[in-house]
Design a binder for this molecule. Structure first.
Ligand code: KIV
Length: 256
């Protein structure tokens, strides 16, 4: 799985043969310029899920449920999740949390909405976690994560993201579950992997986590192109004759 937030990137990720495209609320960090995912709204998500869905012919589109969109009541949670499918065109939703969101998951699944879970480093709880830190390093928190994984599996998730989880714990959770795990900073033993596309393509200028392997630094190539354009406009080498349109001399003569 990889993330996408707009039509052109969704087309590329889909064409690359990636199985699932997550319209993550990382949108807030890498596209909307917020310092966290917390300001992202349902309307933001619907807008971007729509754009992604229009670019996808093959992959499963998963829309992320933003902060507080699945906490206030079952009814509101189902209605919000439903918007990502009905208005956005997603095939599934993702939400963060363990046993405390099992009721919301169950209600969505009962309404026919496929739900992906997300445990470990859950960015919507950044203030509660005291920062973006690996989770489940001691016995109590590791046990709680195992219990949470089983609870949300029981509630009906079809899969779950494990983010920022020690490799051996992610392995153990993966072995205990019947549904597949998708890791990000959780080692190689998960059933699948996910990355934030802007991180792996080097498009995001902010701080990226250690686990976000950079496959290319596209920001350098973009900067070179932008400066090249500026230079060519300033020294009058762009546009050249091949970028313009002619007209007949006869018509032109009549205009003088
Ligand atoms: O919002 C997001 O992009 C995510 C991934 C990091 C899993 O939740």
């Amino acid at each position: 799985m990889l993330t996408a937030y707009d039509f052109p990137m969704a087309k590329l990720v889909d064409a690359a043969g990636i199985d699932a495209i997550l319209v993550g609320d990382s949108l807030g960090n890498v596209v909307l310029g917020y310092g966290s995912t917390i300001p992202v709204t349902m309307d933001d998500m619907v807008h971007h899920v729509k754009a992604v869905a229009r670019g996808v012919a093959r992959a499963m589109v998963v829309g992320d449920m933003p902060f507080l969109s699945y906490h206030l009541s079952r009814e509101e949670s189902v209605r919000n999740a439903g918007r990502l499918l009905q208005e956005g065109g997603a095939q599934a939703v993702k939400l963060e949390g363990g046993a405390e969101v099992a009721g919301a998951i169950q209600a969505m699944v009962n309404a026919g909405i496929p739900v992906m879970g997300h445990l470990g480093l859950t960015p919507q709880s950044v203030h509660q976690m005291g920062g973006y830190k690996v989770q489940g390093k001691d016995e109590a928190t590791a046990r709680k994560m195992i219990d949470d994984a089983l609870a949300i599996q029981e509630a009906g998730v079809f899969s779950m993201v494990l983010e920022g989880v020690p490799t051996p714990l992610a392995k153990l959770i993966t072995e205990k579950l019947d549904v597949p795990t998708i890791g990000i900073g959780a080692g190689p033993h998960c059933n699948g992997q996910v990355l934030v596309t802007h991180d792996m393509l080097g498009l995001y200028g902010g701080v990226s986590p250690k686990f976000a392997k950079r496959y290319v630094q596209l920001s350098d190539q973009i900067m070179e192109a932008l400066k090249g354009y500026k230079d060519e406009v300033e020294n009058l080498t762009f546009p050249g004759p091949e970028h313009g349109f002619g007209m007949s001399e006869e018509v032109l003569d009549k205009l003088y």
